[in-house]
Write a protein that binds this ligand. Structure first.
Ligand SMILES: [Zn+2]
Length: 308
């Protein structure tokens, strides 16, 4: 598929566990129209995506509506873009949903589907903190941890299309917490946003609103410091295999937690410097799109026509 014309608009839809967000954007990335709805459980989520897209398109004046050239819908779980199949989402609860042309027929434009974090990571790699580099590992850290890997300028999909599940690399096999995936001590059980907040509460007996509050307390609260260092330790350990195997020049920390700022990147870089002997220590940078990486990625994918 060719890139859409610079003057054309695109529709991007980012499907999350709690909300579905949609945006129509222009060639400069400016938002022309936007809306968010709650995510229904199960296959009803696909009706909600379809209605949201139709509503956003219907709100445009006819002359602008005709300029919307393509859409991209990004989905959680396991996605098979080539067969237009939403294979599995444990979070929302669907299995083997054939997306096919249903969105395209209703919206009247070509529609791409792909995996949400792959697309968010690709956007950081190609257009954000990783642009210009061929060998990049992007971690999107938020309610979960997942990511994208590029090697030699190519996006790694893996044999089953599932590359990038960094969150389920076990780093505390013996004394870790159970992960919803069924394993023990996955990096996500230590370093996802909600689990950083839980670790703080376990350690201090005090409730806290979320990981952002733990980061905000770093200067004045030793327990916050210990919890954050433990989380970054877990991320460093999880990255060791990937770094030795592929030698990325850059690690990008994206997603909601990137808002914590340089303390994340500096601490991760010094941990990696202490742990690596043979493989070169990669640079570490914060993502540029924060929690918008999914929507930015969906718009970029719709414009580009492929994750190239
Ligand atoms: Zn797991």
């Amino acid at each position: 598929m060719n890139e859409v014309a610079a003057g054309d608009l695109v529709l991007g839809i980012d499907v999350g566990g709690t909300t579905i967000k949609g945006e129509i954007t222009d060639g400069a990335g400016a938002v022309v129209s936007t809306a968010t709805v709650d995510t229904p459980r199960g296959v009803a989520a696909f009706d909600a995506m379809e209605d949201l897209g139709a509503r956003l398109l219907g709100e445009l004046p006819a002359a602008r509506r005709d300029r919307v050239a393509r859409a991209a819908v990004i989905l959680p779980g396991i996605v098979d873009p080539a067969r237009s199949l939403a294979v599995f989402s444990s979070n929302i609860g669907w299995r083997d949903v054939k997306v096919g042309d249903r969105f395209g027929e209703r919206w009247g434009i070509p529609v791409l589907i792909d995996h949400d974090v792959t697309v968010a990571g690709w956007a950081e790699w190609r257009y954000g903190a990783g642009r210009g580099s061929d060998d990049v590992c992007v971690l999107i850290v938020g309610t979960g941890i997942s990511g994208m890997l590029s090697v030699g300028g190519r996006l790694v999909r893996g044999a089953a299309g599932q590359a990038g599940e960094f969150g389920h690399i076990p780093v505390r096999h013996r004394d870790g917490l159970p992960c919803p995936c069924g394993n023990i001590g996955c990096v996500e059980t230590v370093a996802s946003g909600p689990n950083i907040a839980r670790a703080y509460t376990r350690r201090t007996g005090r409730g806290i609103s979320g990981a952002e509050a733990v980061f905000a307390a770093l200067g004045s609260d030793r327990d916050a410091g210990a919890v954050v260092h433990d989380a970054i330790d877990a991320i460093a350990e999880a990255l060791l295999g990937t770094i030795h195997a592929t030698c990325p020049e850059l690690i990008v920390l994206g997603g909601g937690l990137a808002g914590a700022g340089p303390v994340l990147t500096d601490t991760l870089h010094s941990r990696l410097s202490a742990l690596l002997r043979v493989a070169p220590v990669p640079r570490v940078a914060l993502g540029e799109f924060g929690i918008r990486s999914g929507l930015v990625g969906a718009a970029k994918l719709a414009r580009a026509g492929a994750l190239a």
